[in-house]
Design a protein around this ligand. Sequence first.
Ligand code: RRO
Length: 308
Amino acid sequence: MVNLSTRVGNLELPNPILTASGTAGHGAELEAYFPLRELGAVVVKSLHAGSWPGNPAPRVHAVTAGMLNSVGLQGPGVAAWLRDDLPALQAAQARVVASIWGRSVADYRAAAELLAAAPSDVVAVEVNLSCPNLDGGKHLFAQSASATSDAVHAVVDVLGSRPVWAKLTAQVTGIGEIAAAAQAAGAQAVVCINTLLGMAIDTGSRRYRLGAGPAGGGLSGPAFHPVAVRAVHDVCAAAPELSVVGVGGVASGVDAIELLLAGASAVQVGTATFEDPVASRRVLREVEEWCRSHGVLAIEELIGAAHD
Ligand code: RRO
């Protein structure tokens, strides 16, 4: 038996494999494929305080070893999500991480206020400070330590003891400083990393591939996995007491193990789910099998081991 349990901040999880926000629906959509309670947690699509229609189609485009998306933050708003989507996740006995986005600190505070009375199934709130498709990537909160601090502070202030995680971008020169700012503002963990600003152009029609046109989209998938490993590694080195959740191009158990070794306490599976809805559970099983075949008795042995 391998002890798969892990801890993100003060949150204990039965295993380290989570879904990544935006890749597993708003609710219990993946329950049709496997029991969501088997995962460490389910991270749902980012929500604004109010509903938001998102960007024009096409919203996704496959590229070499990855995918571009410009979904554009479509969502029903926190109140509708609590009413319409959360009950199915509760019925599935999933541990739920709600994700919120905003254009301003007031937006983050408003979304957090709507989540404050959420049931205990919502085990943490991920503050998305790094969507590449918000105003064409021109206003990433997580590119500034002070903006990161202000948004996290507002959410922590409202949510009290409910764990707050901050989702960061690697499109910065010093991700360690941004992570430290999130930690100082009360985040129990940082999630590294969101997709990277990207673009594709159809050479035949000479048009943009994504509906957002010149605003481009976010690159995810195996192509950017090493960027995620580096970001997790650098945050772990800069803020060793801070929990890190790794996300970026995880398609196999070995990819997840790599992020754990870099310093992640948990790992999210995202783009792989578009190809295979059972990808996150497969990754979990491959992690367990890897541990068994490498004589690892507990996941904890692996976390940050590359730094030793
Ligand atoms: O909705 C999106 O377009 C989106 C979001 Br909120 C995000 O955080 N990252 C991303 O690649 N797409």
